[in-house]
Design a protein around this ligand. Structure first.
Ligand SMILES: [Zn+2]
Length: 253
């Protein structure tokens, strides 16, 4: 099956010892592209270095809401410079996270997000959005800006939000948590959405389908199989559609 892992973190320390093997297993599983995401300037740079090292790896670069406190014009300039790299296919992961109380105040998170949405428009690349407990605030920002296209990574909203995002040019990205037994609400949303608007990711090393284990890009196949079961179609149909969706949005060969 042709597959793309639309979002993961290959620079994570959990991959430090065996990344060559992880990538080899992904290629064996049919994965043609892996998009690894930065979360601050240092990890964005690391993502670009991995994209330079491995043909099948692409990068998105950006400042995650967890790192919004330190954001300034100098950081924006560094992300802009990285964004121009030929293997950087988007700006991310960026967004809002109101779950963790130690994160920057909401107003700061929103300012950092808006600056990077503008950057995405400027460099003409899509965005990878992180949203935790900030659904309404995120949709308000996407509605009032000349918003770029992108994906809502590890989608956690409801069906109405998914449809509103799709109307704004977004794709809905389902992560490994779609395969969890208690994910019936998320699975119901996946059932309703057209395959043309869905992409699949692992968010590795997080959200392993085998809970408690390290996740890796090869497991994106489990996501395709789960969506196939939910939609009562062949896994190959899901793999083809989601691969095409990611390729078109991120403009990968
Ligand atoms: Zn992530």
């Amino acid at each position: 099956m042709p597959l793309i892992d639309a979002h993961c973190h290959l620079d994570d320390a959990q991959f430090a010892d065996d990344l060559d093997d992880v990538i080899a297993r992904a290629l064996d599983a049919g994965i043609s592209a892996i998009i690894t995401a930065g979360a601050d300037v240092a990890t964005s740079r690391a993502a670009v270095e991995l994209a330079e090292k491995y043909a099948s790896v692409y990068a998105v670069v950006g400042i995650h809401p967890h790192a919004a406190h330190a954001f300034d014009d100098a950081q924006l300039d560094q992300i802009r410079a990285l964004a121009l790299h030929r293997k950087v296919v988007g700006i991310g992961e960026i967004g809002l996270d109101f779950y963790w109380k130690e994160n920057a105040p909401r107003a700061i998170q929103e300012r950092v997000l808006i600056a990077q949405l503008d950057l995405a428009v400027e460099v003409d690349k899509p965005v990878v959005i992180h949203d935790r407990d900030a659904h309404a605030e995120l949709m308000a920002i996407l509605a009032r800006r000349t918003s770029p296209r992108g994906i809502l990574h590890c989608f956690s909203g409801d069906l109405a939000m998914a449809r509103a995002a799709i109307d704004r040019g977004f794709l809905i990205s389902f992560a490994g948590n779609l395969t969890f037994k208690n994910a019936t609400r998320l699975q119901a949303i996946a059932r309703e959405l057209p395959l043309e608007k869905i992409v699949i990711e692992t968010d590795a090393p997080y959200l392993s389908p085998l809970r408690g284990n390290r996740n890796e890009p090869a497991n994106v196949a489990r996501g395709a199989e789960k969506i196939a079961t939910i939609k009562n179609v062949e896994p190959r149909v899901v793999a083809d559609a989601t691969t095409q969706n990611s390729k078109m949005l991120f403009r990968m060969e």
